[in-house]
Design a protein around this ligand. Sequence first.
Ligand code: PEP
Ligand code: MG
Length: 854
Amino acid sequence: MKDTDPHITRITETAPVATNTHGGRAKCLQRLVRLSLPVPLTVALSFRAVNDIAEGRLPSMADLLEPFGEHPLLCVRPSSEDPDWGGPSAVLNIGMNDATHARLSAQIGEEAATALYKSFVRTYSVHVERLDPDMFEDLPPSGPEALALSLRAYREETEEEFPQDPAVQLAAVLKSMARAWRGTTARLLRQAKGAPADAGLGLVVQEMALGLGKDGECGSGVMQLVSSTSGKPRITGRYLSQSQHREALREGSRALYLARDERGPSLQELAPEAYDRLVEYCQLMRFRLREEMQAEFTIENGNVHVLDALRVSRSPRAALRIAVALAQDGVIPRDEALCRVESRALNEMLHHQIDPEAPRDVLATGIAASPGAATGKLVFSAAAAQAGKARGEATVLVRRETGPEDIRGMHAAVAVVTERGGMTSHAAVIGRGLGLPSVVGCSELSFDVKKERLRARDGRMLKAGDIVTVDGSSGDILAGAAPLIEAAHDEAFQAMMAWAWEYCDIGIRANADTPADAEVARRFDAQGIGLCRTEHMFFDAGRLTVMREMIFADVAADRRAVLDRLLPMQRADFIELFRIMQGKPVCIRLFDPPLHEFLPSDRAGLRELAEALSLPLSDVTRRVEALSEYNPMLGMRGVRLGITMPEIYEMQARAIFEATVEASREGDPVVAEIMIPLVSAKREVEMVKTRVDAVAAAVRNETGRDFTYRLGVMVETPRAALKAGDIAPHAAFLSFGTNDLTQMTYGLSRDDAGKFMSDYVKQGVFPEDPFHTLDTDGVGELLMIGAERGRAARPDLILSICGEHGGNAESIAFCRSAGFDYVSCSPFRVPVARLAAAQARIRPTLPPRAFKTS
Ligand code: PEP
Ligand code: MG
């Protein structure tokens, strides 16, 4: 072999081998060589060399085989740039022929040599020559006759003798592996894992270390120092005497444990020296390759060979623990540890998860809207969920879609499943807020809510009371009770969060509507509440009726009278929130939803309401009909209510200020933030501001106490973003409500998009669901325009984002580089957001495009 050819190079300490030219496996083997580990002689073929082979331009086999001596026995493995992109299976024992068979019979025994030869003939026929595996079907499993018959079968099928020349065998193996990489299935599979269309394949040709023999212990196995599931230190793997490659991992093999184990015999007992050496090698790899590695090894007559090493596969929680341990042991710096954990994966760890090793009986899959897993009995109404809770039963609430009237049921259930909806639909938003595993838009299940039945995609029928497990992290609904593992708030998690704090340079607040949410926000160290959706406070049983009375009031005076009854309730809510947040900012959004959301939609509900309000059913029905709108999300909601029924906002402002005074008496002074939703014109802000300021003045007068507050605007309409320059002088802050802003920018209903979003994403119309990942191109342009125009008009303007995108890594990176002050997301996503923000600082991406805005 010419030493000068970088495309076919023997792997030495200094050979020109790189991941982007020869693949990850070749590079890793070079690293092992540099650590002086006992790696069998290996030659690496670059992407270009393999590409040439696929196109029929073979290198000189004589040159390639030259380093391996006269009687080569080799294996060839794939080496793609990223091991996750896969590649063709390894082919072992290339070079087996009659002569080698005779030689090996003397060395390792005839039986083993025959078995090896027979197995190579089969592999070569099926995987290299692509012959029909059936041709070996009726042969005896072992022995000389089996070998002879295999060779005969080959001859009959190909009309040629089995090739005896190692060069011919190797050339055929290389060609078949190079071509397999170009096959459609392989290409699609790797592209699904993020590989570029032109991803290359390298190959490594390695001398076999046999693992078979009779002069001392022989066998093969894999070893790693940590558990792939938990990441905790534990020597794991398997070893099988008289075996090759990964046979020890095959189910049913009589493989040994590695470390001494109560459950059975171990390598540590069988070959303690080899075991110690392997542990030492793994530790050396950990330290010098700065990663937990799994070693694939062979013991040949008592001598250890390391054939390969792979990054230990790991669950998200294991990834976190491994990264933290590597940093704590000084192997990697903290900033690198922070970047080794996917922020999204952290999200799942904060909730129960289905044991990744357990079998999954999937009934259907929908949109994974709120992570975590829970098991419960199916119920089809909020009332049944509440009744279940009262009986101490875990329930899974199934609805076509949820609405405000389901909130109490959602509180009572352990998980929720809806037929309709997308990432920002009601069930998804509330589910994430509550930390409730939720799968939405699950149209694979046929819903018959009336008969309380579901039909799974394979036709299985489920009825109320049946047990299912909801996996809100994957979107799967599973039959029965799947084994769950606990949420991980352990020391490793705490350590990583503390490091993330040090790097995080954008504020992280939580969207919290209730004291329970606020407690979670505090627990995760949120720097305040960025969005309190006050309407959620009115869905409580006791309040809903008062709220409905308010809606039914005909004139402002009547409305005010009912609002006077709601005032103390709201005040108490805010006092509690302020107390929990202990002086941290709390941003309260004034009432936002269309009023009809508080009204019943079915006849029974209407009758109940008529009774509660002592009104004729016809009056109630008429009123409900009068409030119905063709397009409620674009109708009478948000600030439009505040303008037309000013008493509601006045009551809320009073409650906020009285609570400010009250909570500031005992603790740190509270600076409340008040946010106006769905603004589209400056005049709306001016009018609300005038009234809110007047209420503040009145409360100051009445209580004799001074306080400050900030009034801001929620930018949820494209017009508000465009007119931010006009609005900013009247607003201390602008908070971008990217759920509505996305809905209105695309003209795409957030509640209906789930039905076709997956088609849109599959067909590449949208790169991602824009309700999930901020559309930095379009909606992002509006954010930039709003930010620039707002800041130009008011340099001290505080900018934030409080839509669901606030917890998404890409959106956080965008907001950070656009100079936003903080992001706000559901409380359980605060750690995720903090890690994503730290990562964005450590690995800054390009700043958002500078849009010309004037
Ligand atoms: C938004 O629209 O982004 C928002 C935060 O408000 P909501 O989801 O309550 O409409
Ligand atoms: Mg909104």
